[in-house]
Design a protein around this ligand. Structure first.
Ligand code: PXP
Length: 239
């Protein structure tokens, strides 16, 4: 199975917003990463729209020719927005106002999530849940009837950066067990958060990864090397 690369371009919006004008352009960045091989464009439209704005999302939807993966909080307002936008994918993520980035996976609650998931799927949007690497959450996601799960790889990636050998192995094994558990379901298996060349390469030992979602490292590394070089290198690693 060929793994896909989803590129999260939130950080381009952060840089653009620093000056309140339209440079660097989110649309041009999306077009560029697609030209260089990204399989989809991920944007997290936060409720406070602190980086990507709702209007950016509508422009991207209209002008780019690859699927959009919209990350959003599980609220009725965001679901209504997603139904207006109609991206191919929605990844439901937890959101806290004060966090710098998505700190962990969702706390899965049937009561809260089920109506949102159903509503999105009724509108032909494929839904994934951003979850921590544990079997209980894989089983619960399957019960909730989502199309995919995205495993939060932050703890694994951090362990690898800190060269914490014990933690590297335990976090890696958690992700691997989740992949195996997913074999009993029809859900696709995606990975994301904190990934760089080294962690993506390590995780490649796990077979049947549908998509790697990578943002911060790709945008940061492209300051020193081109999008072209960085995306090409990632595509080489994941396949
Ligand atoms: N996947 C999800 C669900 C996320 O929330 C994020 C961060 O916005 C990412 C992937 C990308 O993480 P990073 O920017 O650390 O590569």
């Amino acid at each position: 199975m060929k793994s896909k690369l989803g590129v999260n371009i939130d950080h381009v919006a952060t840089l653009r917003n620093a000056r309140g004008e339209n440079h660097p352009s989110l649309l041009e960045a999306a077009k560029e990463v697609i030209k260089k091989g990204a399989d989809s464009i991920t944007i997290h439209v936060r409720e406070d729209q602190r980086h990507v704005k709702k209007n950016d999302a509508f422009i991207l939807k209209k002008k780019i020719n690859k699927p959009i993966n919209l990350e959003m909080a599980p609220t009725r307002d965001m679901a209504n927005f997603a139904i207006k936008l109609l991206p191919k994918y929605v990844c439901i993520v937890p959101e806290k106002r004060q966090e710098i980035t998505t700190e962990g996976g969702l706390k899965l609650s049937k009561k809260n999530l089920k109506p949102i998931i159903k509503n999105l799927q009724k509108n032909k949007i494929q839904v994934s849940l951003f979850i921590n690497p544990n079997i209980k959450d894989i089983k619960m996601s399957n019960k909730l009837g989502v199309n995919a799960v995205e495993i939060h790889t932050g703890s694994f990636a951090k362990a690898l950066k800190n060269n914490n050998k014990k933690k590297i192995i335990s976090e890696f094994n958690k992700i691997k067990r989740c992949r195996l558990e997913c074999n009993n379901t029809s859900m696709k298996f995606n990975l994301g958060h904190g990934l760089d060349y080294q962690s993506a390469k390590y995780l490649k030992k796990i077979k049947n990864i549908n998509e790697y979602n990578i943002g911060h490292f790709i945008i940061g590394e492209s300051l020193f090397h081109s999008f072209s070089e960085v995306i090409k290198k990632f595509k080489g690693i994941i396949n």
